[in-house]
Design a binder for this molecule. Structure first.
Ligand SMILES: Cc1ncc(COP(=O)(O)O)c(C=O)c1O
Length: 391
């Protein structure tokens, strides 16, 4: 049963929110925050000498309207459900810092998955345990996850990546629900975090964000880096029940969403900009199909992942049709150095032997990718090549 006092770290539960005079007064001669009223010494936006708004309620309202509009529920999202972070990487780190005691408690992930969970666990001195995806279809295995949680109450967070990275496979709703509803019936106390970095490449209404008020142990992470094409502004969003989001907001650096980022995010969340964003996601999806069709014509390459992100996972095969890690690494390396097309080698991940992850680009970039890949795959092999090493 959900009990925030048993989930959060005691030091976070007792944390006093950071308050400043600007929370109460935003107008007049502002000499409260040790800003420099002489202004910056180069030509830039005139407000940059001022600290940004720590609450950003209008932006949060737009995000709520967007997600509520996609999927109606009887407990719709409101701004207090949101905590903004420096990218969703920042959200991952914040969740671990708030809810997992270093060197005592654990995080569960489902490999193959996004490597940043591991990095954040290491930085926070938190053990990461694994309950792999079903490697036949890259779906989670709810029963195995629930069994693990019932056996190990020191696990505090479960990361489910949907669509998965590097798999490109959206996790079926009923499987995520099985985990969420399963933990509600158990004595396990923790949070199920659904990382939806790529959700807008899926059919509209696929996000779980609108369920956070109903399922209090659910947290949904999203980002401006993918569908909104704003990786440079570093803005992540977490949606959670008020009990959880209040704590995250108390623990966060109050000014971590800077003025430029907030302005860009407001621009990106107008009705018109969201419509255009969706149109561009559809274009990416069309290109994804074209790339996959073209790759089918190349012997020694096959797609093994899903079609739900803005990338695909391809496997390089040997003459016997088996995954070939060395060859994949060679091709990755030569693509980047000789052909100047950079893809990501993912062959070291569980269930991804010989795999490359390829982002879907613009039509001309994709043409280039397919052409260069075709030439390299059908060309001679390097004798020197060893997986994981440049040659
Ligand atoms: C699954 C997943 N989650 C989170 C992120 C982090 O996104 P950002 O920190 O740019 O918001 C990524 C980035 O590639 C990702 O693939």
């Amino acid at each position: 049963m959900f009990d925030i006092t048993k989930i959060a770290r005691p030091n976070i539960l007792t944390l006093e929110p950071y308050r400043c005079a600007r929370d109460d007064f935003q107008e007049g001669v502002l000499l409260d925050a040790n800003e420099n009223t002489y202004g910056p010494s180069f030509n830039c936006s005139k407000d940059l000498n001022r600290y940004p708004d720590p609450h950003l309620v209008p932006l949060k309202q737009r995000l709520c309207d967007f997600r509520n509009g996609e999927r109606a529920t009887d407990q719709p999202l409101k701004p207090s459900n949101i905590c903004l972070s420096v990218g969703s990487d920042g959200g991952i780190d914040m969740l671990i810092r708030c809810f997992v005691k270093p060197s005592v408690e654990k995080v569960l992930v489902c490999p193959p998955t996004y490597p940043m969970y591991d990095t954040c666990c290491s930085v926070n001195d938190v053990e990461m345990v694994e309950e792999p995806l079903d490697l036949e279809n890259f779906q989670i295995r709810p029963k195995a996850i629930l069994r693990r949680l019932s056996e190990d109450h020191s696990i505090k967070l479960v990361f489910i990546t949907s669509p998965g990275n590097p798999t490109g496979t959206k996790i079926k709703e009923e499987l995520i629900m099985e985990v969420i509803e399963g933990v509600e019936r158990m004595s396990w106390n923790g949070l199920i975090v659904v990382d939806e970095a790529y959700i807008d490449f899926c059919p509209e209404g696929s996000s779980f964000a609108v369920f956070v008020n109903k399922h209090k142990n659910l947290v949904v992470l999203q980002t401006f880096s993918k569908s909104f094409a704003l990786a440079g502004i570093r803005l992540g969003i977490s949606y959670s029940a008020d009990e959880v989001s209040n704590l995250l907001n108390i623990a966060r650096d109050p000014y971590s969403t800077n003025r430029e980022t907030a302005t860009a995010a407001m621009g990106a969340t107008s009705k018109k900009a969201i419509d255009l964003m969706k149109l561009k996601c559809r274009k990416v999806n069309e290109q994804k199909k074209i790339v996959l069709e073209r790759l089918k014509g190349i012997k020694g390459v096959r797609n093994i992942g899903g079609m739900d992100g803005n990338f695909i996972l391809i496997q390089i095969l040997n003459d016997e049709g088996e995954p070939d890690g060395k060859r994949a690494y060679e091709i990755y390396w030569k693509m980047a150095t000789e052909r100047k097309v950079v893809v990501r080698y993912r062959g070291g991940e569980m269930g991804c032997e010989g795999c490359l992850r390829v982002t879907i680009g613009r039509s001309e970039e994709n043409e280039r990718l397919v052409g260069e890949l075709k030439e390299l795959v059908s060309g001679p092999r390097s004798q020197k090549c060893r997986e994981g090493e440049p040659f």
